[in-house]
Design a protein. Sequence first.
Length: 533
Amino acid sequence: MFQSIKLRVLITVAFMLTAIYFFIPSVWPDMPAQMANLFPKNKIRLGLDLQGGMHLLLEVDTEKAIESSVDRMANGLKEGLMEKKVRFRNIEAKGGTISIEIASRESRADFDKVLAEQFGDLEIKSYDTVDGREKLNLTLKPKRLAEMKKTILEQSLETIRNRIDQFGVTEPEIIPEGEDRILIQLPGIKDPRRAIDLIGRTALLEFKLVDEEHNLEDAMRGNVPAGSILMKGAREGGEKTTGRREGMYLLKERTLLTGQSLENAQVKISDRFGEPYVAIKFNPQGARDFDRITGENVNKRLAIILDGAVYSAPVIKERISGGDAQITGSFTMDDAKDLAIVLRAGSLPAPVKILEQRTVGPSLGQDSIEKGILSTLIAFLLVIVFMVVYYKGSGIIANVALLLNCILTLGTLAVFQATLTLPGIAGILLVIGMAVDANVLIFERAREEIRLGKTPRAVIETGYGKAFITILDTHITTLIAAVFLFQFGTGPVKGFAVTLTIGLIYSILTAVFVTRIIFDYLVWDRKIKTLSI
């Protein structure tokens, strides 16, 4: 029996020392460099409510993205009908609906065939006959519409996550809410405004030719030629100009290339002026397209457009091969870095709008930490006092197990670099109560055996044996609830679930395994005659 006790003690001590080893860097972040090299880099991360940061709730404008998709479908439908020589007129896309007039019944049959073969996602919502011509209204099929909304939200989520990861935020919380909302929590963020600009930027990169055949002044007076558009330029910091004539461009409406063809974007410094700019590189297909576009338009101006603002419109002096280009615009270094990030991460499939924004200051987070620690210590001390007063010597044994439980829980949080939140501290408080509750069940059962006049050895055997099933039952049911909280809860609720789950597992270990070691040592090795319980 003594060998068994010795082995169990070694296992317990090994667990405890390992937990302390991993936990020390979290409570002593400023240790000397020589000592820091001896400890792991893993630390307990603090959540938004403890270290401060930013909370954002975004709404994704899925309707806008769907309208853009329907516009592209309308252009594709127009080209498809022209290719099949189907007579039509007045095709127009507006508000997610495509309106088209079919010239005759014969054309209608051909139109239905093209629609079925090439545009299966569209359906005829309504139609009307005017002077022998059929006017049809086409919309997306409900199933396809739902799929597109889901895809748009998922793409927005992934794009925002890529941007935040490259921005360098530790342990961000980015989760969908409902059909068109995204919840973002950024702990420890030091520049909220910059983060908001980075997250909410659509980052739609386009290349269009400058319309040099028509007069800009006439276009600004309202005479915009067909096939061309007016667009504002961008001033320093990437902001749009405000109607100044020198800040306006007359461009060809057709987009020659988009940011979807990008492979990489990096910040570089100009050799001539020492100013930062963004060097972009296209993927193989994009490089071929850029080579063709520049080759066909030598001596013409090519506008580089980001989110509807012209950043530069250089003259194409020669064919550009290799797929390299530059975006200039009097950037600051932060502006250039953020632009490179959003270009690498890709454009958002739909605009986003901030519905809710909250910023938690570091001082408020520090206050939460101090109050959380104070509440935990008070609860811990009250439980210790109660156990000693009510259960005497056995209460001291239960308190040793409770202390070990807390050490193991914190050590495990550090090992997995888990995020500790204020609800997570609440989970630790709940575990403190449940950990001694398991010992209460054992001790009360042991008291019944003592009243029957049994020996200490029999009391321990019966107390632990008959209370174990009840302890296991209560802990498993609570664990099931914690798993569902983690699966379906948001950030703070998940923090509560994590600490609760880890604490419950160690509660079974310490309340049953560790306290049993001490009692077995007292009964088998010390051969005590009575139990202090």
